[in-house]
Design a protein around this ligand. Structure first.
Ligand code: NAD
Length: 290
């Protein structure tokens, strides 16, 4: 397939490279030229604009930070809706608010462009290893069309409902992930505060009922206070906002999500926005007088 790939950051870069390695023609664009150079080195092609990336594409993938960037790339001058040919499939794999996914789907219909919201979970490691979980909202037929592309970058690929449903599932994912990071951080602070070796303690937790993927992947770096992203606190702050706004709209109460959102906001206020979300540990430490 001819694929236009927009947004070649921490996640988009390895995903686009996997698609190129799998034999697809991947024409990539990013506002940072060095990100495009990296794709070319991995077997892709350089595009000089969004229009240049999508004009000849059968499928377009966007992997952008948040809804303003997705809106600019999709609705903007020379954007996807203006430049892609009718019949093109647009899979937005960014994490954004569900309303924007619905707006895109509505506008795209008029241009005969097929749209899926297809956010991912699995982090940088999942993108590099092509083992992402992909939660997809949109039409069943478009999902079937996109599935072979998703299979190149992911392992768990599920059609979860109509347009916007993928983003709702991703919001649910993020509130769970945020909660686990907060609690692993508290476990470390507790053990260290009591003079117990946290690394040894977490090794035991990882073999019992508290076992989880974050303990598996991040316990060593958290104990060592290595917080290089990964997934930035700034992006998690965005995601907690999406979850709370969706809860408000659905008229449901999510008290734990509210608390975790405040911890993430505190981490940002302390200047940790560009650190990995495991740096929630720093908030707990500060609250504990460290
Ligand atoms: P990132 O900031 O590393 O990458 C985003 C890229 O988009 C950057 O290279 C940036 O230059 C580019 N960009 C921004 N505006 C653009 C525009 N108008 N045109 C072209 N390129 C533009 O972010 P990331 O960590 O790769 O995350 C991307 C999305 O995936 C976010 O929505 C995030 O929430 C989600 N996500 C991230 C992770 C993770 O672990 N990093 C995991 C799952 C989902």
């Amino acid at each position: 397939m001819n694929i236009g790939f927009i947004g070649l950051g921490i996640m988009g870069s390895p995903m686009a490279a996997h698609l190129a390695t799998a034999g697809h023609t991947v024409r990539g664009y990013d506002v940072h030229p060095e990100a495009v150079d990296k794709l070319v080195a991995a077997g892709g092609q350089a595009a000089t604009s969004v229009a240049d990336a999508v004009e000849a594409a059968d499928a377009v993938i966007t992997m952008l930070p948040n809804h303003p960037q997705v809106e600019a790339v999709v609705f903007g001058q020379g954007g996807v809706l203006e430049s892609a040919k009718p019949g093109t499939l647009l899979a937005d794999m960014s994490t954004i608010r569900p309303e924007t996914s619905l707006e895109i789907a509505k506008a795209a219909q008029e241009k005969e462009i097929r749209v899926l919201d297809a956010p991912v979970s699995g982090g940088e490691a999942g993108a590099k290893q092509a083992t992402l979980s992909i939660m997809v909202g949109g039409e069943e037929a478009d999902f079937a069309l996109a599935r072979p592309l998703f299979e190149v970058v992911g392992k768990t690929i599920v059609h979860v409902g109509p347009h916007g449903a993928g983003q709702v599932v991703k919001a649910a994912n993020q509130l769970v992930v945020g909660g686990i990071y907060a609690l692993v951080g508290e476990a470390i602070v507790l053990m260290e505060g009591c003079g117990v070796d946290a690394k040894t303690g977490l090794d035991v937790l990882a073999g019992g009922l508290a076992a989880n993927r974050i303990l598996d992947l991040k316990r060593e770096s958290m104990v060592a206070r290595q917080f290089q992203p990964g997934f930035r606190i700034d992006l998690h702050h965005k995601d907690m906002g999406i979850a709370l706004a969706a809860a408000r709209q659905a008229d449901v109460s999510l008290p734990m999500t509210g608390l975790v959102a405040q911890l993430v906001a505190a981490a940002r206020a302390m200047g940790h926005g560009s650190l990995d979300h495991s740096a929630l540990l720093k908030v707990t430490e500060q609250l504990s007088g460290a």
